[in-house]
Design a protein. Sequence first.
Length: 212
Amino acid sequence: MGTVDIPEKFKGTGAPGNTLEYLLDIEQNNIDAPDLKDWEVKFHGGKSLITLFHKDPEPEGIVDKMVNTFGWDDKHGNISFRHTIKKQSKRGFTIMNTTKRIEITNDKGKDSIPYWEYNTILNSVGRKLSRLIVVHGIVSPNKRQVTYKSADAYWDLKLTDMFKALESGIMKIEFDARTNGARGSSIRNHGTKFRIKAKDIVLLYENHKVIG
């Protein structure tokens, strides 16, 4: 562990994680496979949630429909739907764990129900997150530096417990999409994220060890 300068090519909130991947010689990608041989590596700084994986819901086009049905005007004249759902949100969304899938309901839009089949989630995370290393650190934005302080290793992912974590509110689903202009225009979707507090990751795994 130690303090390193963040390369100029890395910008925004993802820069510390990008720097870590750069130091470990990990090629950035969006495939459902681990970063480092059999291990997925993630950076965690401060009190922010950790994004375990990205997976847009079904059916096709549902994110566009949610933006136009439930979105609100932002300061740039777009319709925004950037919303984190924890079990049940203030905007009336509820995460439901049914017999075959995870779905999100809202009484104001019963015909706009996004969902993830169990098998879809299992196929996305079964290999990628089977073994996970979380590196904890502190970011100094003004100095463009990050200090990597410690690391935790988790292995033997309890797949079905992920569904329970979503139902109970331990894990959250975050939408981040907006229109490129007025309602009904094209959609810019930054991906649907499945997020969790760092301290709760241990609930999803059979084994855990502090490694640094």
